[in-house]
Design a protein around this ligand. Sequence first.
Ligand code: IPD
Ligand code: CA
Ligand code: CA
Length: 264
Amino acid sequence: MENWTEIDRRVRLWIEEAGKAIRRSFKHSLSIQTKSNPNDLVTNIDKETERFFISNVRQTFPGHLILGEEGQGDHLSSLNGIVWIIDPIDGTMNFVHQQRHFAISIGVYEDGVGRLGYVYDVTHDELYCAERGKGAYMNGVQLPKLSSVPIEKALIAVNATWLVKNAYFDERKLVELATKVRGVRSYGSAALEMAYVASGRLDSYLTMRLSPWDFAAGKILIEEVGGVVSNLSGEPLDMLNRNSVFASSPGLHETILHHFLLEK
Ligand code: IPD
Ligand code: CA
Ligand code: CA
């Protein structure tokens, strides 16, 4: 039997320590590299932070497995067992350019079911966390269950690259949606945007292509407050591969899905 209280205690300590180290790094120059394309950035701090979490998890919970964005974890073909899904810095471009609007994102899954989720806004020192069945919290204050919001009053977030014609989705659907809602935002950190949905700062978040480490923690947070997380076709997310993601407060998920996303 896993001791979830002990796992939770450890993650909080590690997140606090990693957050301090990242804030200290603001004073030093970064070593920046690119990955899949010139705008896909990774820094020495992303790598160091991932290494920090992985070595702590391996030392403290040797039976657990790890999926990490920077590739220092395990290569998994299933989510059997306890799996930590870690994005050491989600929103690296914001980290590099703005020193804000980025987060540490950690989801702990048991046989594919999300048990613990953490999104830590490092600059604002805001920790969003949830334990399955025990509610979601922001800095110790419980987040209320989400209620249905009429589409005319909805504040939504989208990935701004969607404005460009793309192979994944008909962007005209988004234009229609943007015309209907109260406002549209784009923050550049999927984990934070999902934490904002969980905390009611946003009503929905839609994006074309995310990896499991981008949404693993946010999904747990949102589901814990009664929100819905699916792909843009309304199907469950595949936790081992890339997906489009549509996260929303409950009634609004259905409205947007049926009136804007699915073929009419
Ligand atoms: C990125 C951010 C961004 C999303 C990208 C992700 P990274 O994560 O979440 O908001 O649009 O698809 O790759 O690379 O900064 O960890
Ligand atoms: Ca990410
Ligand atoms: Ca990252």
